[in-house]
Design a protein around this ligand. Structure first.
Ligand code: ATP
Ligand code: MG
Ligand code: ZN
Length: 614
């Protein structure tokens, strides 16, 4: 057997193993199963590639995407490793040739899609060849409660039963306990040793910013620090991708779009242009990037809130894979939260899926609104304690204005300590009742306290069945006076309870709302707040577009052949979509909606909004 360190140096050209890589490689080379949990970009691939080369036989790597395999194959080819793929694109003649080479033991690594593994032909082939290692890349795809679920991944335990003596290496950047347990179960590798490296990507700087009324300017400001560098700009929705790419080009940047609605050949061309450095910026939906290994991406910009902390970490983690300084920027707004809650509510999953979705969204809001270190909050989400502050995030560099919320935190801590298996919803209700605060305002306040206690690592959430909340045993409660700070104003919490209606899934009930004035961030300080028009139109990065369309349809009906802007103009429609007023009084605050208009058209528009928010 070849020496792993010799292969690392002579084949891959790296001096040393990173982090736990060496431990994994040695473990697998001894024929034992491993579960590799490293964050994006830490170097999971080597964990199955090197044992495949060191051990006799061919390493079989299951990978969910053909583009991802292509990327790895190109790299391996350049290094002189004999690696091939069998997938749905492989022609008959090629396939026969590959099979022959496999039988003759001439191949180091074979990349396959899970669909291939399921075919009888592939299973027959396995009986005829010597296999060194089974690598399951992006192993979280076996998990059916995850967003990347691939049904064929669920059947991969067949590999274990066909090749009981071959070590399995399952690799993923997703490390929550439920996912890990499910991977072990589905792949039938109960004895696998887990190798979890720190999830910290210390070279990535984090900035998270509430969208102003001019989010495009915010994006340009972020980009101006990265002229001539490789940057990924993530947008929600295909048309937003196209528009943003076009707009960036107009601004003088070298940018290309990437989304699933484009022709495959165009997509590949743009991806190659970005990877080879011919173009600086790729503007993409999150369809771009899984497993793409471009080492020198200097920044990842999210023009909207990512779909969760995991997704955020994956996506932002595409920056700085070379280990050099890199930046992540997130711009988020209330509409993002409204839409997320709506999607969770509408999702086809059962109560557990919805509850988990709501709890994870709370966690994300916690990270976005924390006044403390972003890295600490993110790593706590992944179950990792991070000592102090990192000095490499926006909050560490520029502490936001805060208020002391220790007293409230101690109320919550008390409830959590005394109760058992309480959900966020139950705790918030209890806190309202203990404190005598009622209605929506109370719910909002206490939800924010809870979210921030989670972000600060004082509370733990189990994202399993009940999503119950517990005290972090490492923290002493009651908290010392003045030790728990929250932002002076939390901008996100206003929209979420109001428009979604938290029910048993761990959220506040819409029925409980008693006032209609809470759409703005509830005033948490006694200091007078400068009142800005909360309905300033935000340039739209794609959010709320389906509601806009529905409202426009209604307007067309109402216009009954007349000019539509005489009913209401576009700006009003956009504001309605963004702020989702619930009643005539709130509708009056939309620019252009005077008492007469509200009387005349209020009910039909509110009807559309209510159906949308239901
Ligand atoms: N020991 C090492 N020394 C130097 N560079 C390394 C080492 N191991 C891996 N790398 C580099 O780190 C980068 C990321 O590696 P890899 O693609 O395996 O990451 P990953 O953990 O699979 O990430 P993802 O979750 O995004 O797939 C690659 O460019 C690789 O060349
Ligand atoms: Mg990988
Ligand atoms: Zn920090």
């Amino acid at each position: 057997m070849r020496d792993p360190i010799e292969v690392l140096r002579n084949v891959f050209g790296h001096d040393e193993f990173r982090d736990l890589q060496g431990d994994v490689v040695r473990h697998v080379c001894e024929g034992k199963d491993a579960l590799v949990l490293f964050p994006t970009g830490k170097g999971k691939s080597l964990c199955y590639q090197i044992p495949s080369i060191c051990r006799d036989g061919v390493g079989i790597v299951v990978s969910p995407l053909i583009s991802l395999m292509r990327d790895q194959l190109t790299k391996l080819e350049e290094l002189g490793v004999v690696a091939v793929t069998i997938n749905s694109d492989t022609g008959v003649a090629d396939r026969r040739e590959i099979e022959e080479a496999l039988e003759m033991g001439q191949i180091d690594l074979l990349y396959v899609t899970p669909e291939q593994v399921a075919t009888p032909r592939f299973r027959a082939l396995l009986k005829k060849i010597e296999v060194s290692v089974i690598g399951i890349d992006e192993a979280h795809c076996v998990v059916d409660f995850g967003s990347d679920f691939r049904p064929d991944y669920a059947a991969l335990s067949i590999l274990r039963s066909l090749l009981p003596d071959v070590p399995v290496v399952a690799a993923t950047a997703s490390a929550d306990q439920e996912t890990v347990a499910e991977i072990i179960r589905r792949l039938d590798i109960p004895g696998a040793k887990t190798f979890q490296s720190s999830f910290d990507r210390a070279n990535i700087h984090y900035t998270m910013t509430f969208k102003s009324s001019k989010p495009k300017e915010q994006v340009l400001a972020a980009l101006s620090a990265h002229k001539g560098e490789s940057v990924i700009v993530y947008c929600i929705g295909r048309s937003t991708v196209d528009n943003t790419a076009k707009w960036l080009k107009e601004c003088g940047y070298s940018a290309l779009p990437y989304h699933a609605g484009m022709k495959q050949s165009d997509r590949d061309r743009n991806q190659d242009a970005f990877i080879s450095g011919k173009v600086d910026i790729i503007v993409a939906t999150v369809a771009f990037g899984m497993g793409i290994d471009k080492a020198n991406v200097r920044a990842v910009i999210h023009t909207d809130m990512p779909t969760g902390v995991e997704a955020f970490y994956q996506e932002s983690g595409r920056a700085g894979r070379d280990g050099l300084p890199a930046r992540s920027y997130v711009f988020y707004g209330n509409a993002n939260i409204v839409q997320r809650r709506r999607m969770i509510k509408k999702s086809k999953g059962g109560a557990v899926v919805k509850r988990t979705g709501a709890a994870k969204l709370d966690a994300q809001i916690g990270v976005l609104e924390t006044s403390g270190c972003r890295r600490k909050a993110i790593l706590h989400y992944f179950g990792e304690a991070y000592g102090s502050s990192c000095g490499n995030c926006d909050n560490c560099e520029n502490a936001p204005a805060t208020r002391d919320a220790t007293e409230q935190a101690n109320v919550v801590a008390d409830i959590v300590r005394q109760g058992s298996r309480m959900t966020a919803y139950q705790i918030v209700m209890e806190a309202c009742s203990v404190s005598g605060s009622s209605g929506e305002k109370g719910m909002l306040e206490w939800s924010a306290v809870l979210q921030q206690m989670v972000a600060a690592g004082i509370l733990d959430v189990s994202y399993g069945h009940f999503c119950e909340i517990t005290l972090n045993p490492a923290i002493d409660v009651p908290l010392k006076e003045g030790s728990f700070l929250m932002r002076a104003t939390n901008k996100l919490t206003s929209a979420k309870v109001r428009s979604i209606g938290r029910k048993s899934s761990g959220s506040a009930s819409r029925k409980s709302s008693s006032s209609s004035t809470t759409r703005r961030a509830p005033a948490r300080t006694s200091a007078p707040r400068t009142r800005r028009n909360p309905y300033e139109v935000e340039e739209n990065f794609g959010e709320g577009m389906d509601l806009v369309a529905a409202l426009k349809k209604k307007r067309k009906q109402l216009a009954a052949g007349k000019k539509e802007y005489l009913v209401v103009h576009n700006e009003a429609i956009e504001q309605m979509a963004r702020f989702m007023p619930r009643n005539a009084r709130e509708l009056l605050e939309i620019r252009g909606m005077g008492p007469k208009k509200v009387e005349q058209y209020g009910a039909p528009f509110l009807g559309v909004i209510n159906r949308f928010a239901a």
